[in-house]
Design a protein around this ligand. Structure first.
Ligand code: PLP
Length: 386
């Protein structure tokens, strides 16, 4: 049997990982500034994480939600404390798309409405409603198409206001990333998020903060929406939550009420997933990783801004993007194959940095040096062809 060919892949096989580094099957070391797409939050194979998961696996790996799983309560308490949302409740699932799917569904159960506002360049996942609120027609199958989604321009307060004035009583929810990831590291402005919050309250719509990529401390605050001083009704989380173990969740404001049968899952919140998520939060707290993301991220942004020719250096904490001029279009590939540094991309010409929140300044310095070296080579080649 062959694999269904849905990914363009790099010809690299990783066999070992530690902190912000991975090694391939030929023993080559790579600096990981991509974290397998923003997933590695506390660093690869962190000893506390490995220990907690191993210990849990030796006790009980899985049982379903038909019994008491005290680890879930422990996780909810810890997450409430670290996120500053102790009065919210937690529903656990397995992936970012599933978290958004559940959030949109819960909103619709809550107010009995069908319409959702989403924004240009959004990405919310690949399952039915999650992909329907994603602004990329090429990944929306005919069966996912619906008239229930209204796309508005990102950061356009006037368009939002007009839409609510015209259709406010039909709007079930508004879903927005605090910093768009796949869309190219585009920050939602504070006034825009504040306007969403205000209009949702006014019209009894549900404010869903997609924090799958920009959340869990990555921006230097637990949720990137926190930079705007707003409280969303539902936060969706995944990626960094399990540092690679598939665990996701939504936290839900107290005015949204649960009833049996409304949501459900077989795997969500299993013993191993909870152990992984608890280990991540424990390390985030013990090692002050949110503060590290803020400090190291500011330092990285400062260094990037000093490099002539890099365009639109932007982001918050360790969610950073910059644009690369056409003449340097090989930069990302050269960083990977010449300098052994993993970075992310966003089409058409953005390099995305999504490293572990434990990234150190000396890793930043090593990256900047390699980046300058590769730019120097590409600049030389560009001059020859001119
Ligand atoms: C903002 C955002 N939401 C949702 C998702 C979907 O998450 P998953 O791939 O875990 O389903 C992603 C994935 O990249 C994302 O970046």
């Amino acid at each position: 049997m062959n694999l269904f060919d849905v990914y363009p892949i790099n010809d690299i096989t990783v066999v070992k990982a530690k902190g912000s580094y991975v090694w391939d099957n030929e023993g080559q070391q790579y600096l990981d500034l991509y974290g397998g797409h923003a997933v590695i939050s506390i660093g690869h194979t962190h000893p506390h994480y490995v220990g907690r998961l191993t210990d849990q696996l030796n006790k009980v790996g899985f049982y379903s939600n038909s019994i008491r799983i005290p680890l879930q309560q422990e996780l909810a308490a810890k997450l409430g404390k670290v996120s500053g949302r102790e009065d919210y409740s937690l529903f656990l699932c397995n992936s970012g798309a599933e978290a958004n799917e559940n959030a949109l569904k819960l909103a619709s159960f809550h107010n009995g409405r069908k319409k959702v506002i989403a924004f240009s360049k959004s990405f919310h996942g690949r399952t039915s409603l999650a992909v329907a609120v994603t602004d990329n027609p090429s990944i929306v199958a005919p069966i996912n198409q619906t008239d229930n989604v209204i796309f508005l321009p990102f950061n356009d307060e006037a368009a939002l206001e007009t839409c609510f004035e015209q259709q406010g009583k039909e709007i079930s929810s508004v879903i927005v990333e605090g910093i768009q990831g796949v869309g190219g590291i585009r920050e939602a402005s504070a006034p825009f998020l504040q306007k969403i919050s205000k209009l949702c309250k006014e019209y009894d719509a549900v404010f869903i903060a997609d924090s799958v990529q920009c959340g869990y401390g990555r921006s230097g605050k637990f949720f990137s929406h926190d930079h705007a001083g707003v409280d969303a009704d539902i936060y969706t989380m995944a990626k960094g939550m399990g540092n690679g173990f598939p665990v996701a969740g939504i936290i839900i404001a107290p005015h949204l009420k649960a009833r049996h049968g409304m949501l459900g899952t077989t795997f969500g919140g299993n013993h191993l997933a909870c152990a992984a998520a608890l280990a991540v939060l424990e390390v985030i707290e013990q090692e002050r990783l949110i503060a590290n993301a803020a400090d190291t991220g500011s330092y990285l942004i400062e260094q990037l801004k000093k490099i002539p020719g890099l365009q639109n250096v932007r982001g918050k904490g360790l969610m950073i993007g910059f644009d690369v001029p056409e003449k340097w279009k090989e930069l990302r590939k050269n960083l990977l194959f010449n300098q052994r540094i993993f970075t992310g991309e966003a089409k058409p010409n953005t390099i995305r940095l999504l490293p572990s929140l434990a990234l150190r300044k000396k890793d930043v310095d090593a990256f900047i040096e390699s980046l300058e070296e590769e730019i120097h080579v590409l600049e030389g080649a560009a001059r020859v062809t001119e």
